[in-house]
Structures are given as structure tokens and as C-alpha cells.
Design a protein around this ligand. Sequence first.
Ligand code: ATP
Length: 461
Amino acid sequence: MSDNKNKLVSMEDIVSLCKRRGFIFQGSEIYGGLSGTYDYGPLGVQLKRNLIDLWWKMFVEEREDMYGLDAAILMNQKTWVASGHVDTFNDPLIEDIETKQRYRLDHLLEDNGVDSEGMTLEQMANTVKEKDIKSPSGNKLGNAAQFNLMFKTQIGPVDDESSTSYLRPETAQGIFVNFKNVVDTFYPDLPFGIGQVGKAFRNEISPRDFIFRLREMEQMEVEYFVQPSVWEDAFEDWRNTINNFYEVLGLPKSKIVEHEIGDEDRAHYSKRTIDFEYEFPFGRKELMGLAYRTDYDLSKHQEYSGKNLEYRRKDGGEAFVPHVIEPSMGVERLVLAVLHSAYTEDEVNGEKRVYLKLPANIAPVKVAVSPLLKNKPELVEKAREVYKMLKKEIGNVMWDDNGNIGKRYRRQDEIGTPYCVVIDFDTLEGEKEGTVTVRNRDTTEQKRVNIAELAEFTDQN
Ligand code: ATP
């Protein structure tokens, strides 16, 4: 068996596996799709849930200084004025003057070999003119403009300015507006943080690269409140947690780059930002961000809401607006990175095979159970018994009696199932009675294991 991990895994490999095996489908597919949306199939939803659960465990549950939250997606419109999203949550856009198709200007420049980091809209527009850059359809481009990425919506039956709000473009603001609620109900000592997982929406000008750039996505965010004097320690602490998380997910260190964002490219309120980038098949791109946001957000909400958002120290010291460290992660980009890093091709008995080398704790199916032959009632009956027992003990166990045993192994390999359990005639009688074959996904090695020890074996090996 030779592992061919050096093969360049393409987006085509991943997209086709996701569709073929029921991980991820195009959104609204039977109607021709809806750009920037994807639906998670039975395996995708389980993988995503496992990632979120692990994040919640490592970023919230296991820590003494973290609180959980689940705020509403729809928020009072003043939230988005205060946060600056109404005025500045823009991306630069440019239009093909023939087809009227709109493109994200910085991406178009990047596709034409121009690094637009730090450029103003005007500078980008001038570059298009100077270099005579055309649209992807080969046509002339029109004027550049800023485009606000928030989805506007009307709340309630009256259609006027006062009923306007937005689908939240990030979960973070739900945390800031609940800062006072958490302080008033739990009296936490500083530093402490609030974590939240939830949907966010951005009307991206050109969604692309499968689930990398979406219009509807999910975020896992922490706002960690600190005294300004200790922000550097908290920043380093979260940086370590992020790296530990990636290690547990099996993301190779060699594929992750910490990109320190320079002064000119950082949001004006941020004193330090690191983008964690991953080597995707379409280039090295942002997986998540870690930012020191100073006291900007709470101060803005204090100003716009008129509510006091200062933290009163228990020792009677002076009240102040806490500063914030924010690790902000997109679930879908993580799913994509995890699938990409797990995708492996090797050769077994001279035949090519594809398998997902997922860590067992995030694999959507932990164990698959099969009768060796599906037309032998005595094998099926015993296999059902084992299946039911494991399902109760482990949960994510799949019944698989489709095709011959070789095909079942291939299928389970492709979805990343760490163990396949097969019930054969030896299980029923003879000296191996009460044992089954357990096949390991990565090594393809098979072992006989006692039925009574199966749950423990698949949990520990
Ligand atoms: P980008 O520069 O790639 O548009 P961003 O810097 O605007 O991303 P943030 O506002 O920092 O992203 O959002 C935090 C995280 O949310 C990102 O690191 C990413 O993981 C995720 N995210 C943001 N926008 C999208 C999107 N359109 N589709 C999927 N995930 C996204």
C-alpha cells in the first residue's frame, strides 16, 4: 500500500466527492440553484455539527472564563448603524458594460496579477484603466463603486425606513449588545468571553470557490473582554487555542499561514489582526481572523444606545469599557479545509482508492456494520443486533449491506468511516464465535474483536 498524499487535491476532487457521497449539494438545486448557497446532506450536516461541537467544547465549554449565547439573527437596525456596517461594510464592484454582470473589483485585479491590498477604490479603478483590464467575458468595464454587503429586509407589515433591518452579516454584534445582560446576570470577573455559533449573511458580489465564499454561512465567534493592559496575553492565549484546534482537526501546520495584517490594511479600530490562511487549491486564503478590536464596539454601542456598557470592578476600582479580542471563524471554510486536508489517494492491491483521513472524532460515521452476505438471514440477524447495540453506544453508526464487501469498504473509505465491522459465519459458531472483523480505514488492516469489546475498541484505536 502506498500513500500518495503528495498528489495535488483539486477542487473538482472535493466537489464531486461531496455531491457523490451526500455531503454538500448546490442550494435549491432542482430549480437551477441559488448562487452563494449550499445545502448540507446527511453526511455533511454531521461533519459540520461535529466541527461545531468540537469548537464549542474547546472555545467555550472547557474554559472557566467563557459563556455561551444564541442571539437573534434579526436585530434592531440601530445595531448596524452603531457597528459601522451601514456606512462601511462595502466591497468594491465594477460592471461589464455589455452584459451588465457585476464583479468584485479587487478579485478581478487579483485574477489579472495585481495585488490590490491597501488600494483605494479610485486607485483600483485607475489600475483597470491603465492596464486595460477587461471583464472575464472580454468586454470593457464601467465605473467602479462601493457595494454594501448587507441583506436589507423589512420587519413587520409597514414598509418604511423605520421598519428596515438587515440579516446579520456577522454574529459578533449579537454578543456586544448582550454584554450587559451577561455581566448583570453572572457578574463575571474580567477577563471573560462570550461565544456564539450561528448563521450570517453577506450579499457577496461574486460568490465563488464552492463553500469558500457564500451568501449564507455560519460563524463561530468569541468576543473576549479584557483590561486594556493585558490584551497581548489574551491575544497569545487565543492564538494557541486556535492552533490546538487546528491540530485536533488534523489540519497540517504546513498548510496554515499566520498572516499579520499590516497597519494600512487593518480596520482603523484594530490594533492587531492575524488572518489564519489555508493553502486551498485556489490559493492561500483566509480561514479565520484573530483581532484585537480595542474598546471600539462596546464604546459605539454605548454611544448609540445611551446605555452604560462600562465594567465595574468588584474591588471598587474605576469603571471602564473593556477591550476585546476576537477569534472569528467561518464554519464552511473550516469544513472545506478539513475535507481538503483529509482527502487522500493511495493504492490497495494494485487498485487506486480514495479515502478521507478524518480524525475519528469528527468523522460523520464512526462505524459501519455489515453482514458478509445480505442473503443469509442468520448473518443479517446477527449484524442487526450488533448494529443496534453500537448505535446505542456510539450514535453515528451506519448500516451498510449494499454491493459486495469490497465496494462497501471503498464507499466507507470515501466518507471517512474509521471502522467497518463485518459479521461472518465465524461470528455465529466455532472457535471464533462471538467475534467480528474490524477493518481499519487508514491501514486497511483487519482484526477479530469480541462483540462485547467493539465499542471500546473503535473508541480507542
Ligand atoms: P474575506 O476577506 O474573505 O471576505 P472577511 O475578512 O470579510 O473575509 P470576516 O469579516 O473577518 O471575513 O469574517 C470572519 C470569518 O467568517 C472569515 O474568516 C471566514 O471564515 C468567514 N466568512 C466571512 N465571509 C464569508 C463568506 N462570504 N463565506 C463563507 N465564510 C465567510
